[in-house]
Design a protein around this ligand. Structure first.
Ligand SMILES: Cc1cc2nc3c(=O)[nH]c(=O)nc-3n(C[C@H](O)[C@H](O)[C@H](O)COP(=O)(O)O)c2cc1C
Length: 275
């Protein structure tokens, strides 16, 4: 049985699905005939759902991407260009969080939205490990500091960024710049075999952080914890990512203490036009 079913009563034979399919498994012999899935097409289909999404008549259904779970795009909810520019420019990294937990459902909702990020070959292999206990986040920071101390005591210390000693000094002074007392740490990860694992999970985290900003939440990429996670066995054991997940990145999440009022400027992009 074909993964893709075409409702011949609704099909206008416009061939849009044929042109849209990224793996070219839908064909149409003539303008008088409805498209069909080519022999062997089921095995090549990446279940991206483009055929379902692009048909104006809703004439295509897909076993893995059912029409009934693919709602219509609501025109009134489409943001315009100026809104999009302000939305994207106003996202900030939060570094001070309210002493307020984030509801599990709110975290779950962000992860659900992050599912809609693109993934190489539509692999959708990003998984999530979520820490919400204060003592667990503290432990992640502590193990990161332990690793930093070791590096700063070792032979490669001169190759490390010059601000590393300040981070350790800050910790000893009672300031956690590793996770900044965020109430939640989400770690996105992907299997080692996933060719685009790190890219996929990075985009997913970007979706998550943009979505968080629309719901009163703030995020910050936990670059120092990531660095330690790449090298520190005690931290790897504590975070305990799913078996074989070689790609990962942690992100802080919480309710930001401060609001932002301006859109700071960035460097001009260097663009090499090859015209
Ligand atoms: C990969 C990555 C790692 C980062 N790691 C940290 C970090 O460990 N600690 C921190 O305070 N900010 C971290 N940041 C936040 C950057 O410093 C921040 O994105 C940058 O200064 C621009 O500010 P904005 O995000 O508010 O626009 C990280 C950002 C990225 C993309």
């Amino acid at each position: 049985m074909s993964l893709i079913r075409i409702n011949e009563d609704l099909c206008k034979k416009d061939g849009i699905c044929v042109q849209e399919c990224p793996v070219v498994i839908i064909s149409q012999e003539s303008e008088e005939l409805c498209p069909v899935v080519v022999p062997g097409g089921n095995d090549l289909c990446i279940a991206c759902g483009h055929c379902v999404a692009v048909c104006p008549q809703g004439a295509l259904d897909h076993a893995s991407v059912p029409l009934e779970s693919s709602p219509s795009i609501i025109k009134e909810n489409v943001i315009d260009h100026q809104q999009a520019i302000q939305f994207l420019r106003s996202r900030r990294s939060a570094r001070k969080f309210k002493n307020k937990p984030v509801e599990k459902q709110a975290i779950q909702e962000l992860i659900e939205i992050a599912r809609y990020a693109p993934t190489g070959s539509n692999a959708q292999e990003v998984e999530w490990t979520v820490f919400t206990k204060k003592e667990d986040l503290r432990k992640v920071s502590e193990l990161t500091i332990d690793w930093l101390r070791k590096v700063l005591d070792g032979p490669i210390k001169d190759t490390m960024p010059s601000y590393f000693p300040m981070i350790v000094a800050g910790w000893d002074f009672g300031i956690d710049v590793i996770l900044r007392e965020a109430p939640v740490l989400v770690v996105a990860s992907a299997p080692g075999e996933a060719g685009n694992g790190l890219v996929d999970l990075t985009i997913a985290l970007s979706y998550l952080e943009l979505a968080a900003s629309t719901n009163g939440m703030g995020t910050c990429w936990a670059g120092l914890a990531q660095l330690a996670l790449l090298h520190s066995q005690p931290l790897q054991e504590f975070i305990d990512l799913p078996e074989g997940h070689a790609s990962h990145y942690p992100m802080m999440l919480g309710y930001p203490k401060f609001r932002y009022h301006r859109l700071p400027e960035r460097k001009n992009p260097k663009v090499y036009w090859r015209e």
